[in-house]
Each structure stands twice: as C-alpha cells, then as structure tokens.
Design a protein around this ligand. Structure first.
Ligand code: AMP
Length: 286
C-alpha cells in the first residue's frame, strides 16, 4: 500500500478529498478516521497540513497533499508531482493602514515581523538586504501590529478582506500558493509503486483537465458542416453522428472551454443548430 498524507481538517481538507473522489478513488473510513483505505493501492493518513512536508520527506508517508506555502516553509527538497490548483492564496507582507508603509522600501531596518512562516520570511528579506527581526507566532497574526508586538506581518491572504477588516494594508507578495501533490525526490524506485503513483497522477490530471471544460451536443444541419467544424474545434474536431429520422440534421459533439460556451452557442444557433445540450465533464483523458 502506498501511504498518502492528507490534511485532516482546515482549508485544504475538503478540496483534497473532493479531488480524489472525483478522480475515482473511494475512501473506506475506519480506525476512528485517522486512516482510510483509498482505492486498491493507497492508504490515506489524515494529519495536520503543516506536518505533511516533513512526514513525506522522512518517509512516514510516500506522497502527500498540502499547501505550497507549507512546503516552502519546511524548506526541504520535496518533489512536486502536480499542482492541484485549489487552496489558492498568497503569503503577503502587510502593514498597518496608518503606518506609512506602502512598499518594501518603506520597511524600516530592524522592523519586527510577526509570522507563522519564519523560514520563508527570512529567505524573503535576506536578499533584499533588509535586516528584520522575526516574531514567530502560531496564529492570529493580524493582531500583532495593533498590540505593539510587531511592526509588520507576513501572512496568508486570499481575498484580502481579513487584512482590511483588521486595519492592515498589503504591501508585497512573498509567494503564491496552491495545494500540491508532493513526494520525496528519491521515492518510488519500485516499478509497481511507480506505476501506481503514475496512475494516481494521471487520474488527478484528468479531473484538473476537465475543470473549465464542457461537453456540448447539438443537432446541426448537415449542409452547414464546414461552418460547424470552424465553430466547434473540439479536441480532434467535433464528432459527427447520424441521427435516426432527423432528415438533413446530424448530431455534433465537442469539448468546448467553459469560457467559450456562450459565444459558441450563439454561433451554432446562427447556422441553424437545434437541441443544444451542455454538460459538465467529470474527467478528460486525451
Ligand atoms: P489550515 O490552517 O489547516 O486551515 O490550512 C491552511 C492552508 O490552507 C494554508 O497553509 C494554505 O496552503 C491554504 N490556504 C488557502 N487560502 C488560505 C487563506 N486565506 N488563509 C489561510 N490559509 C489558506
């Protein structure tokens, strides 16, 4: 069994679980939900997202899903197998609205920086030649500049509304983060394990590829097929199927980017399409 470390709670837990389920892996929960079998080849270990980089690096798990921010903070040379796209946020430098700090250049030498990410923060400020004093905290970072514990913060931001509510202004981005599927650099020397992990990454990729794509079906006039082919590029061009008793109509099926659906439907209607149907795609394997 290959051990896959997953966040047990918090912002990344649901995203990781949903992605794996959509990839066709079923969770069989037992042992008080600390562990689950996941399809025929994997055991899911539910642990703190923050511990996952170390657990994977040390061999307690073979692969893991956690945030790029936590992988960076851990600082160990993990291998990214896939960027999973969810859990998007950025680690940002923020200062009090009334501080007069609007860019990194305004950060005074010796400024105290409160953060849950001391290693990433140190690596960010060092090459800028700006000596800062780290104030490691374990949460509620936004309060630090208001209680005199720090001058600025380095904290995770997604929409920026939490910073705003707490009277802070974002002044620089330290790093952008999403959830990653990670492994040790030297993992999987065994051919069977390599094949199983490749199957896992392939299944997840098929879900990621399907996001933002739609399957479009329409009955179209056979006489307008040259125009239909231009409107519906699809993966290998549209699939054209005869429709029983449909006279001069044939069915056209194609994969269309979600952002193009509105325009594509208007264009199809212009050339006489009928019975247009758009559905989500679960997985897409080219
Ligand atoms: P947790 O602390 O367990 O909820 O997980 C936090 C992880 O979720 C972070 O390390 C990020 O990778 C990710 N994340 C995504 N958006 C945010 C956000 N707005 N604030 C904090 N963490 C976020």
């Amino acid at each position: 069994m290959i051990r896959l470390a997953l966040p047990n709670k918090g912002r990344l837990a649901d995203g990781a679980r949903e992605l794996l389920e959509r990839a066709g892996l079923e969770f069989d929960m037992r042992d008080r939900a600390l562990q689950a079998s996941l399809g025929p080849d994997f055991t899911a270990l539910f642990v703190n997202a923050k511990d996952i980089p170390e657990f994977v690096m040390d061999g307690a798990a073979d692969v893991g899903i956690t945030g790029a921010d936590l992988v960076a903070e851990c600082g160990r040379p993990l291998r990214t197998l896939l960027d999973l796209g969810f859990g998007r946020c950025r680690l940002a430098v923020a200062a009090r609205d009334d501080s007069g700090i609007t860019s990194i250049a305004d950060v005074p030498a010796g400024a105290r920086v409160a953060t849950v990410f001391p290693n990433v923060t140190r690596r960010f400020f060092e090459p800028l030649g700006r000596a800062v004093t780290l104030v490691p905290v374990s949460g509620a970072v936004e309060i630090a500049p208001h209680i005199g514990v720090a001058d600025i913060v380095v904290d995770l931001v997604s929409t920026g509304s939490t910073l705003k509510v707490n009277g802070l202004r974002e002044v620089a981005t330290v790093l952008d983060s999403t959830a990653l599927l990670i492994a040790r650099p030297d993992a999987f020397t065994d051919a069977d394990d390599t094949a199983r992990v490749r199957e896992l990454t392939g299944a997840i990729e098929s879900v990621l590829r399907a996001q933002g794509q739609r399957y479009l079906m329409a009955n179209v006039p056979r006489a307008r097929l040259p125009e239909i082919k231009r409107i519906l590029p699809g993966i290998n061009g549209p699939t054209i199927i005869d429709v029983l008793n449909a006279g001069e109509y044939v069915a056209a099926h194609a994969v269309v980017a979600q952002r193009d659906i509105y325009r594509t439907i208007s264009q199809l209607k212009e050339v006489g399409a009928q019975g247009i149907l758009v559905t989500k795609i679960e997985r897409l394997m080219p």
